[in-house]
Every structure is written in C-alpha cells, then in structure tokens.
Design a binder for this molecule. Structure first.
Ligand SMILES: [Zn+2]
Length: 473
C-alpha cells in the first residue's frame, strides 16, 4: 500500500549524486521506495504533507558505541597525560577513562545507556548505525549474553544497525607513571571471546526483518595479534559480514605497531588480509608517522584504494582532544573511500558533518575544502558504500524507505539557498521532526514511538551515579 510524501524539498539520488527536487515527491510501499520525482499520478494509500521540510535520506552513522557513551560524558576531556599531550593524545580517554567506566558498568547500566543512545540517534536522523559493541575490557571475559540483550534492544528500537562485540588479544590501560601498558589476556581467554563473537555474528545476522546485521569488530590495531586479524578475515568471508577496527587513533599507536609488528599500520592491515571493500578503518587519523595522510607510501595508498577499504572519520571526538585529520580533503583527492560516524557524543550526524567540514577547511586553510555536498555524501552514501549497501543512504526507487524530515520553516533556515549548506553549516539534529526506517515511522513530531525516552533518561541518570561511584582509576 503506497505512502506518498509530497510538498517537501526532496534530496533525491540520480545514480551518481544527491540533487534537489523542489518540490519533490517520494513514494514508498512496505520498506522500499518505489518512486522519487516531481510528478506522481500512481495510487496512494496514505499521504504525508512535507510542507516546510527537507525530505532527505537517513544518515548512515558508521562508528559508535551504544553502551559507553552516557557514562563517559564529561569525564574525558580537559585532562591529559603527565607525559604531555603530543604522543598520548587520547591518554585520559582511551587508556584511563574508557576501561575504567566499562569495568564500573553493570549490565543494567549498559542497557539503560543503550536506550538513551538509540533515542538520541533516531531523534537526530541516524537511520543506520554501526555499533562496535560491548567489551568487558579487563580480562577479556566479556559476556556475550549482554551483547545479545543489547541486540534485542536495538532491534526493538526500529533503527537499522550493524553490530558486533569487540574482541582482542590484549588490553591496554594507563600505568601509574602516566604511560600506557599492554597486557595479554590470560590463557585462552582471547580465543574463547573471539569464538563467542563469531557465534553471535552467525546467530544474529538478519534478525528483525533484516534491520539487524552483524559485523566483526577486532578492538584496536595495537591490541590484536596477526593471527587474530587473519582469523577475522577468514570468518568475515565465510559469514559475509563486514569488519571494522579502530586504527590511526594516536601517534603512540602508530609507533607501537611499528615496534611490535615491524611494519606500518596499513602494511599490518594489508598483510593480515583485512583490507577490502567490506573493511572500515575507524578513525584513520594517524596512518603515517607525521599524521599527514599525504605522507603515505605509494604501496600503502595503492593498497587502500585498490581494495576499496573505507576510512570512517570521527572528527569531533578528535577535535575535543586537540587532534585533527590532515585531511578529509586529502583522502578524497587520493581516491580513498570515506564515511562518517559520531563515536560517543553527541550522537548527532549534523554536528559531525559541521565539524568535519570546518576542521578540514581550517587544516587546509581553504574555504573550498570539504564542501557541503561532499560532507552530506560522506554521511549518507559514503557509509552505505562502506557497508556494501547500494539500497541505503539515498532516496531512489528500489532503496530502503529510510527517510528523514528536517524543518526549514524556522528562523535559522530562512532562507534556504542551498539545502546541503544549510544541513552541514546551520542545522542540527534538533531540526529533525520525523524519521522513517524501513517504511515505519519511528519518530513523529520529535516523539520516539519505540522507546519510552523519559523513563530511559531517568534510568540512565540513576545508573550513572553508581557507575561513577564504582569508578576506580
Ligand atoms: Zn570508537
């Protein structure tokens, strides 16, 4: 039974690029878009008036952690390492707070956090998310039952998600003198954890009407040995699921890989077989010793581009800690596929696009670097390409009906000369007022239909007190 969205300004996909239809019409039937254009005279079971709205594809938010986010808010920045910020740029966050918060979080705390995070994501227009899931950091004994419960909460929220629990060979943390230590998991703990994660990927892939898919998520490039990465590639091929790893997060990580593996980070990923069109590098900031991606060796660049590997940028979390990607424009000019994610907070892709664009313009000292059309493409089609999903991130017949309405009847939107510039440089997630995922309206007039948001916020506020009391760092 077709639903017709009319009178809105539509960001349509012409097979190569997003373009504006004003006014435009979008028709969907079930979970699929059947028509995008200007003149529709077919059947209509239901009509939605989109006057005063941009009608845009939902964001494909390619990197975040549902369970960590709420309890790290306010704990990670404005503090650093006694050894100085240059080498340990993420010292307080990565090596100190995140392991500490995870250790202090009970499963119930994590569930409350997940629901709040999902509500924030839906309310700001992320219709597909990539969740690198729960990892009980210390000891490698993450309980897969927690991951399964979280997967069910994700499924019930109505969002589209790729999720996979993280696994590693070793964990890291902050040592007493302000440095970073690495410690292998004892016995066969890492192997057992990996096996449980693979089983989860097998069992949960395709659930919730195929809205929930799985991925393999080796934690970080400096916490996984070569055999674990090779096994990851083998199982990804067998299960036909994507892979995402954290890599390029700090200069310290880059030199650590050099010391322990005797090669660069890209060579390590290349030689363990990770690179491929189904592989996403989360962060991708320090892929060279000097943090400038144009210093990359020719064979490394060739490996990245010819394999179709994607880099997922998370500019805001880096900017908060004094880091920049140098640069998104350079990656683009080098022909590397790119997508965008929010990481921890806020979980708002409008905000992330804004940060990505402005940081890149500053780094390149250029007002034409990282233009807004390119940013919106990264946040939508870029993510869909990284996941091998030509049916996501765009409004065209045959694509999934993942549709977001953005208010343009507000003072800040008056007038809209260029919808892409408005969305990237002026709008925020608060301008979203309707979200449709797979043909189902999950947000209507900023009300999340699938989650009791007020109750979830109350629960997470209460849970945070316990987490912070238990925090031992
Ligand atoms: Zn992350």
């Amino acid at each position: 039974m077709p639903t017709v969205i009319e009178n809105g300004t539509v960001i349509a996909w012409n097979g190569e690029a997003h373009h504006v239809l004003d006014p435009g019409v979008v028709v969907f039937d079930g979970d699929e878009i059947t028509f995008v254009g200007t003149d529709y005279d077919g059947p209509a079971d239901q009509t939605i008036d989109a006057t005063g709205r941009l009608v845009v594809p939902g964001f494909v938010n390619c990197h975040l952690h549902l369970t960590d986010t709420p309890f790290t808010k306010g704990h990670q920045e404005d503090v650093g390492s006694p050894r100085g910020p240059g080498n340990y740029q993420n010292y307080n966050a990565l090596y100190k707070m995140l392991p500490g918060v995870r250790k202090a979080s009970l499963p119930e705390d994590q569930y409350a956090g997940v629901q709040v995070a999902l509500a924030e994501l839906l309310l700001s227009g992320s219709t597909t998310i990539v969740e690198l899931g729960y990892d009980f950091e210390i000891g490698g004994d993450g309980d897969i039952a927690i991951t399964e419960t979280i997967a069910d909460l994700i499924g019930a929220s109505g969002i589209r998600c790729y999720t996979g629990p993280r696994y590693r060979t070793r964990h890291y943390g902050a040592d007493a003198s302000g440095g970073v230590f690495y410690k292998d998991y004892p016995g066969d703990a890492a192997k057992k954890r990996f096996e449980a994660c693979v089983r989860f990927c097998q069992d949960f892939n395709g659930r919730y009407g195929d809205r929930l898919r799985t991925l393999l998520a080796p934690g970080q490039i400096d916490t996984c040995d070569a055999q674990l990465l090779k096994d990851t590639r083998r199982f990804a091929d067998e299960l036909k699921v994507p892979i995402q790893i954290h890599a390029g997060q700090s200069p310290m990580e880059f030199s650590r890989v050099g010391e322990t593996e005797g090669r660069t980070s890209i060579e390590y990923m290349m030689e363990t077989g990770l690179l491929g069109p189904d592989f996403i590098i989360g962060h991708g900031q320090f892929m060279t010793g000097d943090g400038d991606v144009s210093s990359m060796a020719a064979h490394e660049l060739e490996a990245l581009t010819s394999s179709g590997t994607s880099v997922c940028h998370l500019p805001w979390v880096k900017a908060r800690r004094g880091g920049v990607i140098n640069s998104i424009q350079k990656y683009q000019d080098m022909g590397v596929r790119q997508c965008l994610g929010t990481d921890n907070y806020p979980l708002d892709m409008f905000h992330e696009m804004q940060c990505a664009a402005v940081v890149c313009k500053i780094v390149e000292k250029s007002s034409i670097a990282a233009d807004c059309n390119f940013m919106f493409r990264m946040a939508t089609v870029g993510g869909a390409e990284a996941l091998g999903r030509p049916d996501l991130g765009r409004l065209a017949a045959g694509c999934k009906a993942d549709i977001v309405f953005v208010r343009i009847d507000t003072p800040k939107a008056a007038p809209v000369y260029d919808p892409f510039k408005f969305m990237v440089l002026a709008a925020s997630g608060d301008d979203v007022d309707r979200v449709i995922v797979g043909g189902e309206t999950v947000v209507d007039k900023r009300d999340v239909k699938t989650i009791d948001v007020a109750a979830a916020v109350t629960r997470v506020n209460a849970a945070s007190k316990g987490v912070w009391e238990r925090l031992d760092i």
